[in-house]
Design a protein around this ligand. Structure first.
Ligand code: ATP
Length: 261
């Protein structure tokens, strides 16, 4: 379990700007994520959420500006140490070969294994506990190629839990999940956040962002970026402009909801 020292800055980006081809995805902005905080990236299709998440994960260099993980640039990190500190849930998991659900989940232990790469009984126990967390304990022996989309997504989440990073970077973690598992998975990460982990996640559902985010970055797809606290960014006019669709705010039973007209 992570310590709950909320002064620890897990991730910083300074005057970041991203370009793909000739197009600027976002103009310069900065962010800072401390232990125990959750940042949600929102915006229309193609706005640059995944590109930004991958930049924050150190998988691609920013066009302008810098990213620091745990106070250090990625260039200063050994790749295995970085994999113990931050983990990425990618949008898609291509499976080319048969493997059991447990074997697939154990891949998450790779950055923790010793020189010979053998998994110990403790590593297997970590993977089994992660499968239990996502409701898949009974499918541990199943071939991963036989799973439904939602089951496969939960294996990916279990694999990331098995990796046990301090900072979780999640690209659409609710992809393929039914209503029950959307909330269960986001509650699971909210629990990890309360234990001192950091969470950065791409979501498409504004109402889930409202429920789980401390901070929001809203990309408008034209290079515009709005970054701030959840309540500052999640305003009907900002959202309507970014999504090019009128969006209304409703307050119901103490909850804030956003609905498209
Ligand atoms: N290598 C590349 N060359 C050219 N364009 C690219 C490249 N990689 C990504 N893009 C473009 O950059 C834009 C941002 O892509 P990205 O996947 O980050 O968007 P996104 O906000 O995550 O979208 P979605 O909501 O559809 O998942 C898209 O228009 C994409 O086609």
């Amino acid at each position: 379990m992570a310590s709950t020292d909320s002064s620890l800055v897990l991730l910083e980006a300074d005057r970041l700007a991203l370009q793909v081809g000739e197009r600027w995805l976002c103009c310069e902005f900065s962010l800072r994520l401390a232990a125990g905080e959750c940042l949600v990236l929102l915006g229309p299709n193609g706005a640059g959420k995944t590109t930004l998440l991958h930049t924050l994960a150190g998988l691609r260099a920013p066009t302008v500006g810098s990213v620091r993980l745990g106070g250090r640039p990625y260039a200063d990190w050994d790749s295995l140490a970085a994999a113990r500190f931050r983990g990425l849930l990618a949008q898609q998991q291509p499976d080319h070969f048969s493997a059991s659900v447990l074997q697939t989940t154990l891949i998450g232990r790779h950055p923790h294994l010793g020189r010979w790469g053998w998994e110990s009984a403790e590593d297997v126990a970590v993977a089994q506990a992660a499968l239990t967390e996502v409701g898949l304990a009974e499918l541990a022996g199943r071939d991963v190629l036989s799973l439904s989309g939602g089951e496969r997504q939960r294996v990916s989440i279990a694999t990331l839990l098995t990796q046990a990073p301090r900072l979780f970077l999640l690209d659409e973690p609710t992809n393929h999940l039914d209503l029950h598992y959307q909330i269960a998975v986001l509650e699971l990460f909210a629990r990890l956040r309360r234990q001192g982990h950091g969470i950065v996640m791409v979501l498409h559902d504004i109402n889930l962002a409202t429920r789980f985010a401390d901070h929001v970055i809203l990309l408008d797809g034209k290079g515009g970026v709005l970054a701030g606290t959840r309540d500052d960014v999640l305003q009907p006019d900002h959202l309507s402009r970014a999504f090019e669709h009128p969006i209304r705010r409703l307050d119901v039973d103490g909850r804030t909801l956003f609905i498209p007209d």
